[in-house]
Structures are given as C-alpha cells and as structure tokens.
Design a protein around this ligand. Structure first.
Ligand SMILES: NC(=O)c1ccc[n+]([C@@H]2O[C@H](COP(=O)([O-])OP(=O)(O)OC[C@H]3O[C@@H](n4cnc5c(N)ncnc54)[C@H](OP(=O)(O)O)[C@@H]3O)[C@@H](O)[C@H]2O)c1
Length: 296
C-alpha cells in the first residue's frame, strides 16, 4: 500500500487493466524498449481516486481516471497529478481501462499519415482494437479505410483477405480515392503486400510486429514509387508532444468518448490472483480483450 498522497500526488485504487499485445511482448523480452524490472507490468488501466494531496484541486475521491504511466497490474498506485487523466463521468470502468494506448495510437497514426479528405488508407490486423479506433477517427476525416485480415471474420464481411493480389483488390475497393497511407502491425511479407497498395508517394507506418518476421518490401517501391516507411511508437510520439500536448490530445479523445461511449469487446475478466490463466487466455487470442479485475 503506497503512503498517503502529499502535495500534487494522487492515490488510486485500480479497478481494471487489460492484457495488451505490448504486455505479452514485455513478458517475452521482445518489447521495443527495455522496461524496469522492478515495476509491475500493465500498459494501461483505470482506477478510482482514493485521496489526493492538498495541491490537487480538480480531482475528488471516487473520480474515474487512467494513469499515463505503465505499471497498472496492481491494486493501488501513487502518482503525480500530471500523470493521471480524468475520464468522462459515467464511463464504464471496464471500457475506461482500455483507453490509454489504442485511441492515441490511432489518433497519432492518422496525424502522421499525410492524409486528406477524399483519400483512402489500408490497414492490416483489421480485427484489432487499434484498427477499430482508426476506423472511428478516419470517418471523422472523410478518409475511407480498407481493412485487411489474415483469415475470414463473419463480423467483417467487407474486409479483404491478405494475399498476393491484395494491391489489385484494394485499389478496386478504393475506386477514385488514392490510397495514400498504410498502417502495418504485422510486418514480414505482409508489409510488402500493404506497400504495393499505396499510391505513388504514399506513407507506410509500421507500428507492430505480430508476425515476428523482418519486413520484406520491393525496394523499387521506395526509389521509383517514392514510398516512405516510418516506424511509429506511442511513447516517443507522446514525449515529442510534451506534457501539455499529451493532456490536450487526451482532452480531445475524452470528448470523443463522452459523445460516443466506447464498446470494445471483452473476452474475459479475471482476478489478478489468477494472472497465469489470464495471460494464457490473452495469448490464445480470440474475440475480446482479457482484463484483470484488480479489486478482486
Ligand atoms: N507502436 C505502438 O505504439 C503501438 C501501440 C498500440 C498497439 N500497437 C500494436 O498494434 C497491434 C494491434 O494491437 P491491439 O491491441 O489493437 O491488438 P488486438 O486487439 O489484440 O488484436 C490483434 C489482432 O491482430 C491479428 N493478428 C495477430 N497475429 C497476426 C498475424 N501474425 N498476422 C496478421 N494478423 C494478426 C489478430 O487477428 P486474428 O483474429 O486473425 O487472430 C487480432 O485481430 C499490436 O501489434 C500492438 O503491439 C503498437
């Protein structure tokens, strides 16, 4: 149990935290950055304010918040006020626990994609939570999204199946809209297939490694086709925004969530005491996120 909060500190009782692909990579030692060994895992989560130091004027006990920092698979956290984002009143705490990583990732991918109204983008891993947010935010920009899956999903009948002639099929779906951006969370040969979908000068943003394979791209696409390939990672992108920029971004996202409350699929909610079972279930994949109930 952390000590009583002082000054600008806030004490949270954590309620829920999901198991994300990034957590599984961290467990496997394959995450893009070295993480401190003495800190709990958990890229995101939600908690309730228990108490706040006397310099904190805008949070009260019972307020629903999410920590910006990793380390959420625990029962209590003591954090500086600036490392906590207040969430809309009435938001479901289970949904709230899944808003730290993927909405800003989708938002910043779209910011960096060089898209204009009337364009199209193509994304693989289209059944993922990030992909859901990309669809939601792209619709606000009049950008069409061409979804690519590795296997059929009856819930997404219009998605294209990844394969050798993906570029031709994607262009047929895009019609008059130029495919100016590709969001790749798979890597390996899938990167090359997405790259071939792009209009000349298009941008491919690589932000995940679900295949575990090095990327394979026809090099002439970069020389003759003017294609650029850029890696994206949320935490460095947020560091570049600065603290104020991050808070402004989350204020904008919170307004979206308040207007259109999220309903992300939930696969299972498991007490932290059964962590190995929960992690095995998350690794198995399937529909919906596996979350910890941190109050059990
Ligand atoms: N760079 C960053 O800062 C950042 C931030 C957030 C997320 N990410 C990355 O974004 C990706 C999606 O995250 P998420 O939390 O939204 O994922 P998620 O909801 O857990 O979904 C993962 C999806 O990927 C698909 N998938 C798994 N392995 C695949 C493979 N080898 N080839 C093609 N598709 C595959 C699964 O499809 P099936 O139904 O076919 O199994 C599933 O729909 C992850 O790679 C994650 O690490 C990166």
């Amino acid at each position: 149990m952390p000590p009583t909060p002082r000054g600008d500190e806030v004490l949270l009782r954590m309620v829920h935290a999901p198991i994300n692909p990034a957590d599984l990579l961290a467990i496997d030692g394959l995450y893009s950055f070295d993480l401190p060994q003495d800190q709990p895992l958990g890229a995101e989560g939600a908690g309730l304010v228990v108490a706040a130091g006397n310099a904190v004027k805008d949070l009260r006990p019972g307020d629903l918040v999410m920590p910006l920092r990793r380390g959420n698979w625990c029962r209590h956290r003591l954090l500086p006020r600036d490392d906590v984002i207040a969430l809309p009143v009435g938001l479901d705490p289970v949904q709230a626990a899944m808003l730290r990583i993927n909405p800003p990732t989708a938002h910043l991918l779209l910011r960096d994609a060089g898209l204009h109204p009337g364009d199209a983008l193509v994304q693989n891993g289209a059944g993922s939570v990030v992909a859901r947010w990309v669809r939601a935010f792209a619709a606000r920009m009049d950008v069409a999204v061409i979804d690519v899956l590795r296997r059929p999903d009856s819930a997404m009948p219009r998605a294209l199946l990844d394969g050798d002639d993906l570029a031709e099929r994607a262009r047929a779906v895009a019609g008059d809209r130029p495919i100016r951006a590709a969001f790749d969370c798979v890597a390996g040969a899938a990167t090359g297939r997405l790259a071939r979908c792009l209009a000349p000068g298009g941008r491919l943003l690589l932000f995940g490694h679900l295949s575990g394979e090095p990327i394979e791209v026809r090099s002439q696409l970069l020389t003759g086709g003017g294609l650029t390939i850029t890696g994206f990672s949320l935490r460095p992108a947020e560091a570049a925004l600065g603290g104020e920029g991050v808070r402004e971004m989350f204020a904008q996202l919170a307004a979206y969530h308040a207007a259109d409350p999220p309903s992300l699929p939930v696969g299972a909610i498991v007490p932290l005491t059964r962590a190995p079972e929960a992690i095995a279930r998350a690794r198995a994949g399937g529909q919906g996120r596996v979350l910890f109930d941190l109050s059990a």
